[in-house]
Design a protein around this ligand. Structure first.
Ligand code: 5AD
Ligand code: SF4
Length: 476
């Protein structure tokens, strides 16, 4: 969890804060053999990667466990996006260290972005770690585990230009059995000056579209009713069929997944303002089962700051894309990522970000203050000159405004009826269901006989907070 993140976190459609560090688990009957325990931090891509790791480990006889105390292998899938994310991981490693003292022989591995960023330095700094494995090296995990069992420390942080894990069927861990993520591409070729991701996840590459559709079909057949297509920048998805030479774009991929079944909802994250095309918007408008929700990070509402951030669009361009979304898909909800206090940001420039929150009428935003990351273009070129208290005050102003805008957005839904995909019991009561509408808004309503998670219900909204719609199921 991040200090500077009052709501949720990660890339794109971020993980619920309550799930950060959540232990993935699906205990298999029997209990013989070795166990692994995995904690995940950061974005959905990381959570999705943990399911690939779980699949690779289960192939070599490891079973997942929720109980760290019985694990032979403890893994932590890490995030580097802000300093605070890395601090959280170091704290957890110290706790694992204590564990290890009680159970000598327990192996500890660091996966993900921090592994990639710090490489073998990790083994030097954190003596307790046995393995360091970057995001493109998970296939090598069984080898590294075998080495660790012999007392060897192992590092594999090789970044690939091809790896997409397309052939690996993720082991779905601790999910709700209704919604799942499908990774459609890896890496990032944008060079946003604040961002560590291009360094930790390498070059952008797209996954075979047929393996994506097959995964969506398989999930539907197993009862899942929603898939979220994941990528750092889904709009630049581009897969060339090696047999025909034909190129599949993101709009085409969306259409292929929408065709899997009309009852399978399709979401995606994250979109990039420079790349999102009208073609994608028209495809969304054409299919009822493609959800009317776009996560379109603005980062800043000021053109000079956007240029320093190397976002390659300006305020006008961003506004043009928002107008296009509301024109082509009038009921679409838009959310954003916002950074306050980027290098040299003035008060007037901060006001431009505030005015954009209002103008774009975001249903929600993920808001952060700038955290300098070693090695990034901003760290090399610009001074991190905005005092922390100013960054935090600006962040508070954005959060306050966004809360008002979200409240208004949700209040406008009172009296409307939405199709809601039931995900499970609400957090507060097992007499209520929770689910989402197409705009990705959380809807809570009293349970109805005969309904269960995975069903669609029509819900009339009676009340709303800035985070939740509250309603009652109605006949349709
Ligand atoms: N400092 C603060 N926020 C950042 N983000 C990415 N890098 C940084 C950083 N160095 C935010 C961006 C991005 C989201 C995933 O995290 O808003 O879209
Ligand atoms: Fe995800 Fe890595 Fe970025 Fe964190 S640093 S948000 S884990 S891609």
């Amino acid at each position: 969890m991040y200090d500077n993140n009052p709501t949720l976190t990660g890339i794109g459609k971020e993980m619920d804060e309550s799930k950060q560090g959540e232990v993935f688990f699906k205990e298999t009957a029997g209990g013989a053999g070795r166990h692994f325990y995995i904690e995940s931090y950061g974005c959905q891509m990381n959570f999705s990667d943990s399911e690939i790791v779980a699949s690779i480990l289960s192939e070599v006889g490891f079973q997942p466990t929720r109980n760290m105390e019985i694990a032979d292998l403890i893994l932590i899938n890490t995030c580097s996006i802000r300093e605070k994310a890395e601090e959280t991981v170091r704290k957890r490693l110290r706790i694992f260290d204590k564990m290890k003292r009680n159970r000598p022989g327990t192996m500890v591995g660091v996966l993900g972005c921090m592994a990639e960023r710090l490489k073998s330095k990790f083994l030097e700094e954190e003596k307790l770690v046995d393995m360091v494995i970057g995001p493109d090296s998970y296939r090598d995990l069984p080898n590294l585990v075998a080495g660790a069992e012999e007392g060897e420390k192992g590092v594999n942080v090789f970044l690939s230009r091809e790896e997409t894990y397309a052939d690996i069927s993720p082991l779905r861990l601790d999910g709700n059995g209704v919604t799942a993520f499908i990774s459609i591409m890896r890496g990032c070729d944008n060079m946003c000056s604040f961002c560590v991701v291009p360094f930790t996840r390498g070059r952008e590459r797209s996954r075979d579209c047929f393996s994506i559709v097959a995964e969506a079909k398989d999930l539907f057949e197993r009862g899942y009713r929603e898939v979220t297509l994941l990528g750092q920048n889904v709009d630049s998805y581009k897969w060339e069929n090696p047999e025909t030479g034909k190129v599949v774009t993101f709009a085409q991929l969306l259409e292929m997944v929408a065709h899997v079944h009309p009852d399978l909802r399709v979401r995606f994250s994250t979109s990039h303002p420079k790349d999102i095309t009208d073609e994608v918007l028209h495809t969304m408008a054409k299919y009822e089962n493609i959800c009317k929700y776009i996560h379109l990070p603005m980062q800043s509402g000021n053109s000079r700051v956007l240029e320093l951030m190397n976002r390659t669009y300006d305020r006008e361009w961003y506004m043009d894309r928002v107008r296009a979304i509301y024109r082509i898909i009038p009921e679409c909800a838009i959310s954003s990522d916002i950074i306050t206090g980027f290098c040299t940001e003035t008060e007037a420039e901060h006001q431009d970000t505030l005015s954009m929150v209002e103008w774009a009428s975001y249903s929600m935003s993920y808001m952060f203050f700038y955290s300098e990351r070693p090695g990034t273009m901003a760290a090399r070129k610009y001074e991190d000159d905005i005092p922390e208290e100013v960054k935090k005050r600006r962040l508070q102003e954005i959060v306050r405004l966004q809360n008002q805008v979200s409240f208004r957005h949700n209040q406008a839904d009172i009296g409307k009826t939405f199709k809601v995909l039931i995900e499970g019991d609400s957090k507060k009561s097992d007499l209520e269901f929770k689910g989402r509408n197409t705009q990705n808004k959380m809807v809570v309503f009293p349970k109805l006989n005969g309904y269960q998670p995975g069903d669609y219900a029509w819900v009339k909204i009676k009340d709303a907070t800035s985070a939740t719609l509250i309603g009652e199921a109605v006949e349709r």
